[in-house]
Design a protein around this ligand. Structure first.
Ligand code: PLP
Length: 367
């Protein structure tokens, strides 16, 4: 009894976690801000969302529907899915955390890739488990490297497809090859936060695999294409047994009423989604081309962002570029925490923002 600590102590591992640092959002005073640091959409949410929010605002005294039924119904209708296989979350982040909590115990391992989304590491550690990092090749996840990390202790493989911050993806054949070689008790989590932006014939976000197997889930978000990051809305497609497990440990009202109504309105506005994707398609290609023409290496992306690599030269590094761009109101994302000390991630913004950032980088490199 003498060795008991004087103060409450977090459980082992919690203080080893590096808190997530979101993208910056401030420009110097007097300069127009172009926030290109968090992969938000330049088009905002569907105009239909405003009316949905006004209806909810009239009755804030009422608890929301704990099943988020209207949102599940809208998702099921638009994507042709069964509502019973859908679980909604306070952002897809919450769902990733619930998966870790439900399936990982101390002593277990969970795999993510070298430049994978940082949130996985946080939730794996928070569950008391051990993160195992699979190396990537050419800034892309590699199936054989992931499989080489699988041990008897492995319980989850987290794969962002496409990945953030690289923007690279694995085609359906590779995801299937990965799944086929995983033991049946290992859960494959396909984080498809950017699925709507991908225009590749050989890409499949995950719904087909979830339909076929008991050990695959796909997570999606309303934060990116649907422009609802502020409201925190995500969803997961999963086998019913996994939905059931997470339903037991989630907060009973994990989605608020505004989120449920806004999400349902947003996902039904297909024109808004199409317009957003068309803009992204054109600019993804153009930004990649114009930045490459400035002799900056750009990782080939299928998302709504590009990873831009800077020269290893004093005055021209990513840190120097970041300072230069910030002065001019262009806020990009530093990605040192993702293993890219000399790169910046640039979100595809409005045409004005995109043109401005290219012009500013041209000035920066001409200095
Ligand atoms: C943005 C993003 C998410 C979405 O998170 P939300 O909690 O739904 O806002 C999930 N995964 C990846 C890889 C992302 O980049």
């Amino acid at each position: 009894m003498t060795s008991l600590p004087a103060r409450p102590q977090p459980k082992p591992g919690v203080l080893d976690i590096e808190a997530y640092v979101p993208g910056k959002s401030k420009a110097p005073t007097g300069v127009k801000l172009h926030k290109l640091s968090s992969n938000e959409t330049p088009f905002g949410a569907s105009p239909d969302v405003q009316a949905a929010l006004r209806d909810v605002a009239a009755h804030l005294e009422l608890y929301p529907d704990g099943q988020a039924g209207a949102l599940k119904a809208a998702i099921a209708e638009v994507h042709g899915l069964e509502p019973a296989r859908i679980l909604c979350g306070n952002g897809s982040d919450e769902l990733l955390g619930l998966l870790a909590q439900a399936f990982l115990s101390p002593g277990d391992e969970a795999i993510h890739t070298e430049h994978g989304f940082l949130v996985y590491d946080i939730y794996i550690r928070a569950a008391g488990a051990t993160p195992v990092v699979a190396r990537e090749r050419d800034e892309r996840a590699e199936v054989d490297a992931i499989l080489a990390c699988v041990t008897a202790r492995t319980k989850i493989v987290f794969l962002a497809n496409p990945n953030n911050p690289t923007g690279t993806y694995l085609p359906e054949t590779e995801v299937r090859r990965l799944h086929a070689a995983l033991p049946g008790h290992v859960l494959l989590v396909l984080d498809a936060a950017y699925a709507e932006y991908v225009r590749r014939e050989d890409y499949e976000a995950g719904a087909k695999l979830v339909a076929e197997f008991d050990n695959v889930v796909m997570t999606r978000t309303f934060s990116k294409i649907h422009g609802l990051a502020a409201l925190r809305i995500g969803w997961m497609l999963a086998p019913e047994a996994i939905v059931d497990a997470l339903d037991r440990i989630r907060g009973p009202f994990n989605l608020n009423a505004m989120a449920i109504a806004a999400g349902a309105a947003a996902i039904r506005d297909r024109d808004h989604v199409e317009k957003t994707v068309a803009h992204n398609d054109a600019w993804l290609e153009r930004l990649t081309r114009e930045l490459s023409a400035l002799n900056l290496r750009v990782t080939p992306s299928v998302g709504n962002f590009v990873l831009v690599h800077f020269p290893d030269e004093a005055g021209r590094t990513a840190a120097d570029a970041d300072a230069f761009l910030t002065e001019r109101g262009f806020i990009l994302r530093r990605v040192a925490g993702y293993g890219f000390p000399n790169a910046l991630r640039l979100t595809v913004g409005s045409s004005e923002a995109n043109e401005g950032v290219v012009a500013a980088l041209k000035d920066f490199l001409a200095k």
